[in-house]
Design a protein around this ligand. Structure first.
Ligand code: GAP
Length: 500
C-alpha cells in the first residue's frame, strides 16, 4: 500500500475518474477550494444526508427539521459574534508571498512530531515480538522527548490562541523555526486577523445597499427560528431543530481536497434544554453521535473524541469527533454545549423575548442549547477514504474497490446481462424495471463481465446481478457481493429481499 500522501492522491484521482468529485470550473482552470459533486458523488452525498436526517429527525420524535435561507439579516452576525470574532490569524511569507494560517503552521509542526512518534512505534512493532505499545510510549527516550515537546508547545499555543495574542503566535513560529513550505524561508510578516465571512450587497444598487453575509454556519438560521418552531410545532423541552444546508467561509488556507472548502454543507442540530441539564444532554449527544458513526460499520479505531480544554466564551463543554483521514486524525464533527448564549444575544439585539414557558416548573426561561454539527463534505471524505481499497487477487491482479456501506452506496445494484444476445438484455431490462422503483440501480451490457464487475467495484456498487442463459430457463440470477466477491444463485422474486 502506498504511503499516506500517495494514498490520498490516489483517492482524489479515483474520485475524479469515477464521477464522484470534480474541481469546480475546471475548464477555466478551477476555483481554489471549491468542488463539484459528479453523478455518483451527488448520490453518496444525498444518501449521507438522508442517513443523518432519518437518525436525527425521523427517529427522534422531539426533533424537527427546517430549511432556512442562506441570506439573513446582517445584524444576526453581529449578535452571534461572527462580525467581530469569526477570525483566523494569518501570516505571509515575505519571500514566497504565500499566505498561511498562523495557527495551522503550528498545528502542522505538532502533527509532524506526532508522526515522528508513530514512526518510532511502527518501527519497534516490527522489531519486537510481544510488543507492549503502552510501555514503549512511556519509556522510549525519543518518544518521550517528542511528547514533552508536543505538550509544552501545545499548551503555550492554546493559551496564545485563547488570548488572541497575535505577537505571541508570531514569536512561537519564529522560536520553532517554522519555515515556509514553498520558499523554505523564515522571513514572516506580523500575524493579522482575517474575518472568514463572505459579504455581498443586497439590492440592485450598490450605493446605500446593505452589506449582507453568506452564512458561515447553518446554526443561526435555527436560533432565529426558535420561537416560530416552538410555537407552531407545540414543542416541549427538551426538543431539537435540525437543518442541512450550505455554509461559506473564506478560508485562508483551503487544502486537503474537500476537507476544508470555501463553500460546503453542514448538518446541524440545536437541542434546547432546561438550564442546568445541558451537561447531561451533552453526554447523551456524544454517545448518540458516536453510535451513528459506528452504525455505518466503520471501525471504532477510526474515531476518537477530542475534548476541548479551552472553551469558547459561550460554551461550557465541547468536544470534536475526530476521524482518521489519510492525513491523520482531524475534526469531523463538533458537539458543543452553547449555554444560552445565542438566544440571549438575539434577545438583546432584537428586544424580542426568546423564552420558553415550562409548564412543569411554571417558569419562563431562555433554554440552554447542545449542538451537534457535522460537515457533510467531511463525512463524505471520511466514507470515501475509509472505503478506498486496493486488493491483490489470487491471480496477481489488483482490484480497486470502494467498500462504501451499502446504505450509502450511490448505486445499490448493477444489472448485467452476461452477453448482448439470446434475449438476455431483454430479461435484464425486466429486472431493472422491477428494481428501479425500489433502489438506485444501473444497467450495463458493455465489455466482458469481468471488466463490468471491476467497474462496479470501483464505483462501490454492493451487488451485481448477472442474467445468463440459465435465467431464461429457471428464473434465477447470480448475485455477486462486492467485498467478498462471493456469488449466489437467487430467484428473481427473491432479489429485493436479498438486497435490503
Ligand atoms: N455551528 C457550529 C460550527 O459551525 P464548526 O466547528 O465551525 O462549528 C462544524 O463547524 C463542522 O463543519 C466541522 O466539524 C466540519 O465538519 C465542518 N466544517 C467547518 N469548516 C469547514 C470547511 N471550511 N470545509 C468543510 N467543512 C467544514
Amino acid at each position: 500500500m502506498a504511503n499516506h500522501d500517495e494514498l490520498f492522491k490516489q483517492i482524489i484521482a479515483h474520485a475524479k475518474e469515477y464521477g464522484y468529485i470534480f474541481p469546480s470550473s475546471e475548464i477555466y482552470d478551477g476555483l481554489s477550494a471549491v468542488y463539484d459533486y459528479g453523478q455518483y458523488g451527488v448520490e453518496l452525498k444525498n444518501n449521507i444526508k438522508q442517513y443523518w436526517w432519518r437518525a436525527m429527525v425521523q427517529f427522534h420524535e422531539n426533533i424537527v427539521g427546517i430549511d432556512s435561507a442562506i441570506f439573513m439579516h446582517p445584524t444576526i452576525w453581529k449578535a452571534s459574534g461572527h462580525v467581530d470574532a469569526f477570525n483566523d490569524p494569518l501570516i505571509d511569507n515575505k519571500d514566497s508571498k504565500k499566505r498561511y494560517r498562523a495557527d495551522v503552521l503550528i498545528e502542522d509542526y505538532l502533527q509532524k512530531l506526532e508522526e515522528k512518534i508513530e514512526k518510532e512505534v511502527e518501527k519497534a512493532k516490527k522489531k519486537f515480538e510481544n510488543f507492549d505499545e503502552t510501555l514503549f510510549r512511556k519509556t522510549n527516550p525519543n518518544v518521550l522527548r517528542s511528547q514533552e515537546k508536543i505538550d509544552a508547545v501545545g499548551d503555550r499555543f492554546a493559551a496564545l490562541m485563547n488570548e488572541t495574542d497575535l505577537a505571541g503566535i508570531k514569536s512561537l513560529i519564529e522560536e520553532l523555526e517554522i519555515a515556509c513550505p514553498v520558499s523554505g524561508s523564515k522571513n514572516w510578516t506580523d500575524v493579522r486577523q482575517f474575518n472568514l465571512m463572505f459579504s455581498t450587497q443586497m439590492g440592485s444598487v450598490a450605493e446605500g445597499a446593505d452589506t449582507i453575509y453568506l452564512r458561515p454556519e447553518t446554526a443561526q438560521g435555527i436560533f432565529v427560528n426558535f420561537l416560530n418552531v416552538y410555537k407552531t410545532g407545540r414543542m416541549k423541552i427538551p426538543f431539537g431543530i435540525a437543518q442541512i444546508g450550505k455554509a461559506f467561509r473564506n478560508e485562508i488556507v483551503a487544502r486537503q481536497f474537500i476537507f476544508r472548502m470555501r463553500e460546503f454543507e453542514q448538518m446541524e442540530m440545536q437541542f434546547f434544554v432546561r438550564p442546568g441539564e445541558e451537561l447531561k444532554w451533552f453526554e447523551y449527544w456524544k454517545e448518540e453521535r458516536k453510535k451513528w458513526h459506528l452504525s455505518l460499520g466503520i471501525s471504532e479505531e477510526s474515531y476518537r473524541f477530542h475534548d476541548h480544554e479551552k472553551l469558547a466564551h459561550y460554551a461550557n463543554a465541547a468536544t470534536d469527533i475526530e476521524f482518521r483521514f489519510p492525513f491523520g486524525f482531524k475534526e469531523l464533527e463538533g458537539i458543543h454545549s452553547r449555554t444560552d448564549f445565542d438566544l440571549s444575544q438575539h434577545e438583546k439585539f432584537t428586544g424580542k423575548k426568546l423564552r420558553y414557558f415550562d409548564p412543569e416548573t411554571n417558569e419562563s426561561y431562555i433554554p440552554y442549547v447542545v449542538e451537534t454539527s457535522i460537515g457533510l463534505d467531511r463525512m463524505f471524505l471520511a466514507v470515501l477514504s475509509n472505503a478506498y481499497t486496493e486488493e491483490t487477487l489470487p491471480d496477481g491482479s489488483v482490484r480497486v474497490v470502494l467498500k462504501i456501506p451499502a446504505a450509502l452506496a450511490p448505486v445499490k445494484a448493477a444489472v448485467l446481462p452476461l452477453v448482448k444476445k439470446d434475449g438476455l438484455p431483454e430479461k435484464a431490462r425486466e429486472i431493472m424495471d422491477m428494481l428501479k422503483p425500489k433502489m438506485m440501480c444501473q444497467y450495463d451490457d458493455k465489455d466482458a463481465i469481468g471488466r463490468r464487475y471491476r467497474r462496479q467495484d470501483a464505483i462501490g456498487t454492493p451487488y451485481c446481478i448477472t442474467v445468463d442463459n440459465e435465467t431464461l430457463v429457471d428464473n434465477t440470477v447470480t448475485i455477486r457481493e462486492r467485498d467478498s466477491m462471493q456469488q449466489k444463485r437467487v430467484r428473481i422474486e427473491e432479489i429485493v429481499k436479498e438486497l435490503v
